[in-house]
Design a protein around this ligand. Structure first.
Ligand SMILES: Cc1cc2nc3c(=O)[nH]c(=O)nc-3n(C[C@H](O)[C@H](O)[C@H](O)COP(=O)(O)OP(=O)(O)OC[C@H]3O[C@@H](n4cnc5c(N)ncnc54)[C@H](O)[C@@H]3O)c2cc1C
Length: 403
C-alpha cells in the first residue's frame, strides 16, 4: 500500500537552528486509540494538537520519525495568498467558491498565529507583509484587477505602482500587490512544539513504524504495520505528505521538484520589513528572511519527480536562484550558505484535497499541497477535527475529494 519517495536532499537552512527533540518509542504490541495519525510532519502535528485538545486519545506513527519528511525542507512562508490568483481561481471554480477558499485561507493563517501565541510555541513567528510582483502570469493591469477582486472579497490588498514600489522597497518592477498578515516562522520548531503539546495530553508516538495495510468497517479502522503489530482506531488520519497511500485517490494531483537556497545572516541589508516577496511568473521566484537575517530564496520548479535528476541539479539551480536574487537586490550577498531540493505536490486549482475518502467515512486524508502547504495543513486540522467530532465544517465541500 505505501509509496515511498526520497522527499528531499541537500542541506536545509533549518539544520542551522536546534528544534526540540520529540521522543518516540517502538511499537511492540497491538494498540487501540480514538484516532490514529500516520505522518509526523506539520500536518500530523497540527492534527495531533487539535484532536488531543478536543479530548480524543491519539496515536501518531511515522516510518522515518518526527520532522523527517518534507516539513524540514519547507521554506515556510506561511501565506494566506493561494498560489492560484483569486481572479484565475474564480474562472476555474466560480467566483463564490474562489472567494470562499481565499477567505478561509486568510482565516486559517490568523487562527494559526493565535494558536501559536496561545500555546506559547517558540518558533519565532513574525507577522509579515508580502509583495506579489508583476510578472509573466499577471502583468500590472491584471495585478490591479487582482487587488480589486481581493478587496471585493473582504481581503485587504493594496496595488503599488512602480514608483512607491521602488521608493518603499527598492524594487524595480512594473507593479505589485502589498498584503499583510502572513507569518514567517521556523517550521521544525513549530512542528515539534505542536507534537510536544499533544504529548503533554497523553498522545502516544511510535517511530519508525510504517503503515502497510488499511481495513475499515462501519465502526473502526485497522491498520497493519510493517513489523507486525496492528493499531485499531475509530478514525484514521493519513497525513503522509507527498507519499500518498493507495487508498487516497490521486486524481488532479502531480508531484514536481523544487529548489531553494539560504544565504549567510546579513540583517542590515535586508529589504524593508523583510516582507515575503514572490513573483506572478512561471517559473516563479520567492523569498523571505529568517529572524537572524538570512535570505531564503526558492523556485525554479520543474515538472518531474525523478529524485536522482532532481538532486544532480542542486548546484546549477542554486546558482541560478542566487543570480536572480542578486538582480532584484544587488546589495545582498547572495552566495548560498545552504542549498537543497525537495519533491512538491501541485493540483490544477492550487487547492488541496482534505477530508474523508469517498466510501471510507472513517479514513481522512490531509494533503497540503504546494506553496501554501502549511496554511492548508491548518485548514485540514480544522475540517478533520470537526468531522471526527461529528460536525460538518462549513467549507468542507470546497476541499472535499468529491468536490
Ligand atoms: C522546498 C520546499 C519549499 C516549500 N515552501 C513552502 C512554503 O513556503 N510555504 C508552505 O506553506 N509550504 C511550503 N512547502 C510545502 C510544505 O513543506 C508541505 O506542504 C509540508 O511540509 C507537508 O507537511 P506534511 O506533514 O503533510 O508532510 P511531511 O512533512 O512529508 O510528513 C509526512 C510524513 O509521513 C510519513 N509517512 C508517509 N507514508 C507513511 C507510511 N505509510 N507509514 C508511516 N509514515 C509514513 C513520512 O515519513 C513523513 O515523515 C514547501 C515544500 C518544499 C519541498
Amino acid at each position: 500500500m505505501p509509496r515511498k519517495l526520497d522527499l528531499r536532499s541537500g542541506r536545509t537552512v533549518w539544520s542551522a537552528y536546534r528544534a526540540p527533540v520529540v521522543p518516540t518509542s517502538p511499537l511492540t504490541r497491538d494498540a487501540k486509540t480514538d484516532v490514529l495519525i500516520v505522518g509526523m510532519g506539520i500536518s500530523g502535528a497540527m492534527m495531533a494538537e487539535t484532536l488531543t485538545a478536543d479530548g480524543h486519545s491519539v496515536i501518531c506513527i511515522d516510518r522515518r520519525g518526527p520532522l523527517k519528511g518534507s516539513t524540514s525542507a519547507t521554506t515556510a512562508l506561511v501565506q494566506f495568498e493561494i498560489d492560484q490568483p483569486l481572479t484565475k481561481l474564480s474562472r476555474m471554480i466560480g467566483r463564490a467558491s474562489a472567494e470562499q477558499a481565499w477567505r478561509r485561507s486568510r482565516l486559517a493563517v490568523s487562527n494559526l498565529a493565535a494558536r501559536i501565541d496561545e500555546l506559547s510555541i517558540n518558533c519565532g513567528p513574525s507577522r509579515t507583509q508580502s509583495l506579489y510582483l508583476a510578472g509573466t502570469v499577471l502583468g500590472p493591469l491584471q495585478l490591479r484587477d487582482e487587488a480589486e477582486a481581493r478587496r471585493q472579497a473582504g481581503i485587504g490588498a493594496t496595488y503599488l505602482t512602480p514608483r512607491p514600489l521602488a521608493e518603499t522597497f527598492g524594487i524595480e518592477r512594473d507593479g505589485a500587490i502589498l498584503s499583510h498578515g502572513n507569518i514567517a516562522l521556523d517550521p521544525r520548531k513549530l512542528t515539534a512544539g505542536l507534537l510536544l503539546k499533544a504529548l503533554e495530553r497523553k498522545a502516544r508516538f511510535h517511530a519508525p513504524v510504517e503503515a502497510t495495510m488499511i481495513e475499515d468497517s462501519a465502526d473502526e479502522v485497522i491498520v497493519a504495520t510493517r513489523d507486525g503489530p496492528t493499531i485499531t482506531a475509530r478514525h484514521l488520519v493519513l497525513a503522509t505528505g507527498y507519499e500518498l497511500t493507495d487508498i487516497v485517490p490521486a486524481t488532479a494531483h502531480q508531484i514536481i521538484s523544487t529548489w531553494a537556497i539560504a544565504t549567510r545572516p546579513q540583517s542590515p541589508k535586508i529589504w524593508p520589513g523583510a516582507a515575503f516577496i514572490w513573483e506572478a511568473s512561471d517559473p516563479y521566484l520567492y523569498m523571505r528572511a529568517t529572524a537572524d537575517g538570512r535570505v531564503i530564496c526558492g523556485g525554479e520548479d520543474e515538472d518531474f519527480v525523478d529524485e536522482t535528476r532532481r538532486d544532480s541539479l542542486i548546484a546549477d539551480k542554486s546558482e541560478r536562484i542566487a543570480e536572480k536574487l542578486g538582480r532584484l537586490f544587488p546589495q545582498l550577498d547572495t552566495r548560498p550558505d545552504f542549498a537543497w531540493t525537495g519533491s512538491f505536490g501541485t493540483t490544477t486549482t492550487g487547492l488541496p484535497y482534505i477530508g474523508a475518502i469517498p466510501r471510507h467515512p472513517r479514513i481522512h486524508s490531509v494533503m497540503g499541497y504546494g506553496g501554501n502547504g502549511i496554511t492548508f495543513s491548518r485548514i485540514a486540522s480544522e475540517i478533520v477535527s470537526a468531522s471526527v467530532n461529528g460536525m460538518n465544517d462549513t467549507d468542507a465541500g470546497l476541499f472535499a475529494f468529491n468536490r
